[in-house]
Ligand binder design. Structure first.
Ligand code: HEM
Length: 256
């Protein structure tokens, strides 16, 4: 077994666990937290209005009462469509501002920490599946995000790009009739793609007791070290090494 896997599974004493619980490490920047909740709010608004806007002679995507409810709130279908488009355009503008101005500080971190899949991440997904099926297995150590979260990050990244391209084509008829028709199909499929992962994401993030720390980190930015040690061992080790290096340099500085 690899050294880092062995280290991770050395049992902690009660005192060590209590000590780790008291210490906090930063997981999310304030900009990431704001962007995440802005994104989640936009998703809920767009899902509600979008689902109520889909009306066809041949099938009903959402029940009649749902469409009637939102139509009455907005007054007319045209108003609801305008609101859906306005919110979508605002979402694209905010994402672009984040991407352009936060490229170095945030977007690069997104690529490095969330989209880059390592062998341990892929093994984690496999072993997690076995664990869900009731097998007793050890999960490989993970970085700041685990394999499942990284796959979801891919899902969101691809879905977001497709939605942000097809949305304006549909809303402002940018191109031929065929292109607009394709845009409608791709828009719909991309929303479905993100939605599939979103159910799992919300369940894992908001309802699983062992992920409570992760849930609150999306408000406070911090997790305790015991959670980091148990769920994101590679990241925890990196943070501890950085802290030790910083302390050594600090000691040298004051000894001068
Ligand atoms: C009520 C809805 C939501 C809740 C409660 C929620 C909760 C969370 C939490 C707690 C995290 C931090 C995970 C960690 O750092 O360990 C997170 C991360 C993230 N969220 Fe959400 N979220 C919601 C909606 C959304 C939506 C709508 C999207 C995008 C469509 C989204 C995309 C992401 C992504 C990409 C991450 C980083 C990777 C990950 O942790 O999976 N979230 N979310």
């Amino acid at each position: 077994m690899r050294k880092e896997i062995l280290e991770k599974f050395l049992p902690l004493t009660f005192e060590e666990r209590e000590e780790l619980k008291k210490k906090k490490i930063k997981k999310h920047d304030i900009a990431t937290i704001y962007l995440h909740w802005f994104n989640a709010t936009v998703w809920f608004i767009e899902l509600i209005t979008g689902s109520a806007l889909i009306i066809s002679k041949y099938y009903k995507f959402t029940p009649h009462f749902w469409q009637k409810l939102w139509m009455e709130i907005f007054g007319t279908r045209a108003n609801m469509l305008k609101f859906h488009i306005f919110t979508g355009v605002l979402w694209i503008i905010v994402l672009l501002i984040y991407a352009v101005f936060g490229y170095k500080n945030y977007l690069w971190g997104y690529f490095k920490n969330m989209l880059l899949l390592t062998k341990d991440d892929i093994l984690w997904v496999y072993y997690k599946g076995m664990q869900i099926l009731g097998k007793k297995v050890q999960l490989p150590p993970q970085g700041i995000y685990n394999g499942g979260q990284k796959l979801y990050a891919w899902d969101v990244a691809i879905g977001t790009i497709l939605i942000a391209i097809t949305g304006p084509i549909m809303a402002f008829h940018l191109g031929s009739v065929t292109l607009v028709r394709w845009a409608i199909a791709v828009h719909f499929l991309a929303v479905g793609l993100v939605l599939m992962g979103l159910f799992v994401h919300i369940y894992m993030a908001a309802f699983m007791p062992e992920e409570r720390q992760s849930f609150f980190s999306m408000f406070t930015g911090y997790v305790n070290e015991l959670y980091a040690y148990e769920h994101h061992y590679k990241w925890w080790r990196e943070m501890v090494k950085e802290r030790e290096k910083w302390l050594e340099e600090y000691k040298k500085e004051i000894e001068k």
